[in-house]
Design a protein around this ligand. Sequence first.
Ligand SMILES: NC(=O)c1ccc[n+]([C@@H]2O[C@H](COP(=O)([O-])OP(=O)(O)OC[C@H]3O[C@@H](n4cnc5c(N)ncnc54)[C@H](O)[C@@H]3O)[C@@H](O)[C@H]2O)c1
Length: 259
Amino acid sequence: MRTVLVTGAGGGIGAAIAARFAAAGDRLVLADLRAAELSTVAGKLATDVVELPGDLADAEFAEALVERTGPVDVLVNAAGIYPATPLLEMTAAAWDRVQDVNVRAALLTTVAFGRSHVAAGTTGAVVNISSGAATRARPGAAHYATSKAALEMVTKACAVELGPHGIRVNAVSPGFVTVDSEANPVTEAYAAAVSVNPLGRRGEPREVADAVFWLAGPEAAWITGAVLRVDGGSTAGAAGLPLHWTGETAVQRGKEAHV
Ligand SMILES: NC(=O)c1ccc[n+]([C@@H]2O[C@H](COP(=O)([O-])OP(=O)(O)OC[C@H]3O[C@@H](n4cnc5c(N)ncnc54)[C@H](O)[C@@H]3O)[C@@H](O)[C@H]2O)c1
């Protein structure tokens, strides 16, 4: 039985990740800003659960999280915020809040996780939750897209330095996943536009959770520093576009000439 620390566990994707590890019999430690949501999620899990409500934008809380938890085998950084802030309305406070929650907290929890494993001589795995926004900017999300691009580099930088200690650090990058989030609401118009992908549907939180579970487990033992895109193919290319040319092609003309 592993001990798994999941941040953002009061939210849609974090709760699904917690449920996936709980289904495998793992012990859970759940952290989130919203204590009530955290308790609701914890109450549905048929396993040992410790709840740690608090603000991960607070560096002291983020740094102390692993220490308060005791030995942790798997750390999943799923807490995140994606406010809509048009570029011309961006403020230092709005920018900093997103970076503090989405990037700095994940870095600080990983550093604490690494320190505890190196001191104990044990191995472990970290999985960070990135986003397709890491590679594609979108209106109102300069802070968010930048934070996820930074989180992917944090993932690689931590993988490089912690790999020699037997600690793997990877990321899962979801496409649009329906979570009905009160913390991070999105409009239906946005959801429809961002859900165009080759597989033709939105993702489910459990599909992200399955990828996290696999990356954290023994079958991914030689994988570190990777970003696994779980997005219905969103980042593979531009699905939903019309053909760029509908007239007769040179090949078709050539074929007719040989008939
Ligand atoms: N839903 C999607 O389509 C999608 C797509 C790509 C990436 N993501 C990422 O997945 C992760 C989970 O998002 P979600 O969609 O489940 O949203 P969500 O709003 O349901 O969950 C996010 C959770 O993080 C918590 N949180 C926010 N700020 C916090 C703080 N300062 N301290 C502690 N906890 C805090 C919230 O309370 C919430 O429970 C995020 O990192 C998000 O960026 C989501």
